[in-house]
Design a protein. Structure first.
Length: 401
């Protein structure tokens, strides 16, 4: 529907302005008269052209969580929604988020629902957020819903932080090792090669292998770097396709060390999201659609959508999830108990808490396991190169002796 700008006066002569989404001017006039406002000017608003900019900053979820909790506190204290949004907009330091809150306030002041105003900013406020706000507005418990949303976002961000901490350390170590080896191969090994050629001595096999690799890297490094960058972008493009994402996500769940961690993260996210939706009064079928979009793994997403199709045919939630093979037996049993006792939301919250603790333990164990493995990796790669270079020197020293 088109958006109109309007101006009007109250019975006391106070000028009011705003924007409203409506099928036509007549609907706006009727709405304003119901608000005891006499319309003086109504004009169609030009549609905004949203051009996606690669450098446009996203709003951090931490800022969204703080905004949500503060808004819940203000509404609970009895402040009107428009006034609360005005206060939060004025004190927001993030310029992008400040502008978004201002636009939401203008839309609400113009007659839009809060959820309708949020839906115009899907990058900042996802389906989960807007659907819960719809439930809160319809049920008259917006402050309670916002408090639950703030807790959910905070716990989701904490879980994401744990995952990053588990992946950053090994990635950094391996990256540094690769850079060190390339520097050795390009700048250090050729010096040894010149020295060995002047000695005229036959070289051991490990030294020959290292020298051959050094020559190849030095010769083809100009082509190697662009090829690696091209492969990286091709992989990202393939991963964006349905088949690519499904294949890669399945492989991630089957990895020997990281696979169990990714599975626990997916179960924790599924349980926390569905538990929040069910406790807020969102229908289970609608909730499963939202959960599938926030699953973060295509294999888990497919399992959830298959479960939704089975539930529509009369099955319980636990049965199709059990057939997928992606959810542990304990999770299936607890969901089945929650369904039979009518306490599914409470049971899902317990599952989420348990698996969030499991992620904590898994991250700690993973770090402890990776430290010795990375030391062995560094010793074999860098130490192997150094030993291969010094073997001819030892042989020459023995010959002289």
């Amino acid at each position: 529907m088109p958006i109109y700008k309007w101006e009007g006066k109250t019975a006391k002569g106070v000028v009011k302005k705003g924007e409203m989404e409506a099928p036509g001017e007549a609907a706006i006039r009727i709405h304003l008269r119901q608000q005891s406002i006499i319309p003086t000017k109504i004009s169609s608003k030009a549609k905004d052209i949203n051009i996606p900019l690669p450098f446009k900053k996203k709003v951090p979820q931490r800022a969204v969580a703080v905004f949500t909790r503060q808004l819940a506190t203000m509404i609970d204290a009895g402040l009107p929604l428009v006034q609360s949004l005005e206060v939060l907009s004025s004190q927001q330091e993030n310029k992008v988020f400040k502008n978004i809150i201002r636009q939401i306030r203008e839309d609400v002041e113009g007659g839009s629902t809060f959820a309708g105003a949020l839906k115009k900013h899907p990058v900042t406020f996802n389906d989960l957020y807007t659907n819960l706000v719809v439930a809160g507005e319809e049920g008259g418990i917006l402050d309670t819903i916002l408090t639950r949303l703030a807790s959910y976002i905070e716990k989701a961000e904490a879980l994401k932080k744990k995952v990053k901490s588990a992946l950053v350390y090994p990635s950094t170590i391996v990256g540094v090792a690769v850079i060190v080896v390339i520097i050795l191969m390009v700048f250090v090994i050729p010096v040894f090669e010149t020295m060995f050629q002047s000695a005229g001595q036959s070289l051991p096999l490990p030294t020959v292998i290292v020298l051959t690799i050094s020559k190849m890297i030095k010769k083809y490094i100009i082509f190697l770097v662009p090829v690696l960058i091209l492969l990286f972008f091709l992989f990202k493009r393939y991963y964006k396709t349905d088949n690519g994402k499904a294949l890669v996500d399945r492989l991630l769940l089957r990895l020997p060390i990281f696979g169990p961690l990714f599975r626990k993260i997916a179960v924790a996210r599924f349980s926390r999201t569905l538990g929040t939706l069910v406790s807020s009064g969102v229908p289970i079928l609608d909730g499963l659609i939202i959960v599938s979009r926030t699953a973060g793994n295509r294999a888990i997403e497919t399992a959830i959508m298959n479960a939704r199709a089975s539930i529509r045919e009369g099955e319980t939630i636990a049965e199709p999830l059990s057939r997928s093979g992606h959810f542990p037996a304990m999770v299936i049993q607890m969901i089945a108990v929650g369904e039979s006792t009518g306490a599914l939301d409470a049971m899902l919250s317990k599952i989420a808490e348990f698996y969030e603790d499991e992620v904590d333990v898994a991250v700690g164990n993973l770090t402890s396991l990776l430290e010795p493995l990375l030391m062995i990796f560094l010793g074999v790669v860098i130490g192997g190169v150094v030993i291969a270079m010094y073997l001819p020197i030892f042989n020459m020293a023995n010959a002289v002796g």
